[in-house]
Design a protein around this ligand. Structure first.
Ligand SMILES: *Cc1c(COP(=O)(O)O)cnc(C)c1O
Length: 444
């Protein structure tokens, strides 16, 4: 910056000659705001219609009022930077408030400490990195080649963390009937280099809660960490319990649980880029951060993967949490749960379909019922997904086994009847085999 001070401005190229050089894709003369916004809206012509409640994946909505509040809060803080909360004490206060609320949902002890992160993936990356570094420096164990034992239902983000941080994964099959993690098999997979065991509450593919009590006890007996991935359930499970839904213990109330992840941009209905990773105490958390002064820019510290960290997601999460409040979360959780149960009931009563598991929370998956005979072959479940797409519904596809996955949230209370009507209609006319597996995430 300082260099241009007092420089001979006549030496700079004129606007005209600069535009002759040109930059591919960059307008030679800037567009008006109106034109730019119109172009943006045009670009999204073929995007999925999640605000209409026709998407059972990727997006979460209470109603446009809550969404607009999140957007407005995001807009006001989008340029503010939580990399340095000395400069932005408001962002420190908001993160502290959010962590306090999430700590309450997780029954976190007074000693618990966490960080606001950009998403479930970052929360999980950080919990994995913290476990690695904690045991690398552990006086008695000094684990140089760490491994983590996890069920095959655990989220792909653990695999990403393993690849990024050079941690070995020991994948253990889940029970083929309940889809829940099997603690005995997990015990078998562990050794003296195991630094962490993983449980999910609930796991994404089938929406069931793993036996957290048993897995945490196993972790404790081996002197290892236990991470409970509550990216999906961290907000909903406390309210489901209040609504009388029977659930196994799943949070910090369980002895041996050392860290947890909770996504606010899912069932917290916050804007995207909002999650929390929580540790049982400050010492565990200390292995997450990074600090250096070994460069020419001074002391540089950051809590997670990000450097510059937008205030937008933090302000949006703070706003939505306070706007919905305890009664709001109870209400939207009830709506999502009742809708989930209604969809599960319809699937159970259709002999062409098979519910993969009774939903513990607000996620479910279903596939084709086995063929009855040559005249009644099994339906092609991905052809069902294709046919639903032509009617404007977007569902997730997963395998194995080939299944449709629905993430049911508050907005679907207004649309699920139409969805079930269309599901019944497409089941009557599918049958074209397809091999498309569908993707959960893409590389672009
Ligand atoms: C969504 C999800 C994640 C990953 O979170 P992102 O916000 O997509 O990064 C991790 N675990 C579970 C169970 C999830 O559902």
């Amino acid at each position: 910056m300082g260099k241009s001070e007092g420089a001979d401005t006549a030496a700079l190229p004129t606007v005209d000659s600069a535009s002759q050089i040109g930059v591919p894709g960059l307008p030679a003369t800037g567009w008006s705001a109106d034109h730019t916004l119109a172009q943006l809206e045009h670009l999204r012509t073929h995007d999925v219609a999640w605000k209409d409640g026709r998407v059972f994946s990727l997006a979460y909505l209470v109603n446009s009022e809550v969404h607009d509040l999140a957007t407005e809060a995001y807009r006001r803080f989008s340029g503010d930077n939580a990399l340095n909360v000395e400069a932005f004490p408001s962002l420190r206060a908001m993160q502290r408030d959010v962590l306090e609320i999430v700590g309450g949902w997780l029954s976190a002890p007074a000693t618990a400490r966490g960080f606001f992160t950009s998403g479930g993936t970052e929360s999980i990356l950080m919990a994995m990195k913290a476990a690695r570094d904690q045991f690398r420096h552990d006086e008695t164990r000094r684990v140089a080649t760490p491994n983590v034992v996890l069920p095959t239902s655990a989220h792909a983000a653990f695999h990403k963390a393993a690849a990024y941080f050079d941690i070995q994964l020991r994948l253990v099959p889940v029970c083929s009937r309940t889809w829940r993690a099997e603690p005995a098999a997990m015990a078998h997979a562990a050794d003296e280099n195991t630094v962490m065991f993983v449980a999910s509450a609930p796991q994404y593919p089938h929406g069931v809660v793993d036996p957290v009590v048993e897995i945490a006890a196993l972790a404790k007996s081996r002197g290892a960490n236990c991470h409970v991935d509550a990216c999906m359930g961290g907000v909903t499970l406390p309210y489901l319990t209040r609504l009388g839904v029977p659930l196994p213990d799943w949070n910090f109330a369980v002895d041996g649980v050392t860290s947890m992840s909770v996504d606010l941009h899912k069932f917290g209905y916050a804007a995207k880029g909002a999650s929390v990773v929580m540790y049982r105490d400050a010492r565990l958390r200390s292995f997450q951060g990074f600090i250096t002064d070994d460069w020419l820019g001074g002391v540089y510290g950051s809590s997670g993967m990000l450097g510059t960290k937008s205030g937008g997601p933090i302000a949006a999460a703070w706003a939505v949490l306070h706007h919905l409040g305890d009664d709001g979360y109870l209400r939207v959780t009830r709506a999502a749960r009742e809708t989930t149960l209604a969809i599960a009931e319809a699937i159970r009563h259709d002999e062409r379909l098979e519910l993969r598991a009774e939903p513990d929370a607000t996620l479910l998956s279903f596939g084709a019922a086995p063929a009855i005979n040559a005249d009644r072959p099994a339906v092609d479940i991905f052809a069902v997904a294709d046919a639903l797409a032509t009617r404007g519904w977007y569902v997730d596809r997963q395998a194995p086994p080939p299944s449709i996955h629905l993430t049911v949230n508050a907005v679907h209370a207004t649309t699920y009847r139409a969805f079930l009507d269309d599901l019944a209609a497409v089941l009557d006319d599918v049958g074209v085999p397809t091999t498309s597996r569908g993707v959960y995430g893409t590389l672009e």
